[in-house]
Write a protein that binds this ligand. Structure first.
Ligand code: CO
Length: 134
């Protein structure tokens, strides 16, 4: 069911500093910051030959990544995103097997303008999983 690794997301305390690490120290190509108020984050993407790294910074007061940053003040890996062909089919199959879908269970539009869902880390080896329909 899952396809390519679309991205690995890393929460950072300071997006400009994180961008400098990936652009200047590691020599990556980093996108312009994109504010996503409905997701409570500002993101940049690091384009790699085979996947992307998504750097996430807290945006606003009810950011879903704020508790993560409190537990991990220097930042850290937050989720992995796998591509699926049909997000509703994927969701229904996972739910039928007892997996928990976060939020109201309906796909939201993600940073790439495509439908995304998040799956409970306790059902997926301790890792928050994002599914993105491509
Ligand atoms: Co993501």
């Amino acid at each position: 069911m899952i396809g390519r690794l679309n991205h690995v997301a890393i929460v950072v305390p300071d997006l400009a500093a994180g961008t400098a690490v990936y652009r200047d120290t590691l020599g990556g190509t980093v996108s312009e910051p994109q504010a996503l108020p409905e997701h409570g984050v500002t993101v940049v993407f690091v384009e790699l030959p085979n996947t992307k790294i998504e750097l996430l910074e807290v945006l606003g007061e009810n950011s879903p990544v704020a508790p993560f940053l409190e537990r991990n003040p220097s930042g850290g890996i937050h989720h992995v995103c796998y591509e699926v062909e049909d997000i509703i089919t994927a969701r229904d199959k996972l739910k039928s097997e007892g997996a928990r879908v976060l939020g109201d269970g309906e796909p939201k539009t993600g940073a790439h303008g495509k439908p995304v869902l998040f799956l409970h880390p306790k059902d997926f080896c301790g890792t928050l999983v994002e599914l993105e329909q491509v």
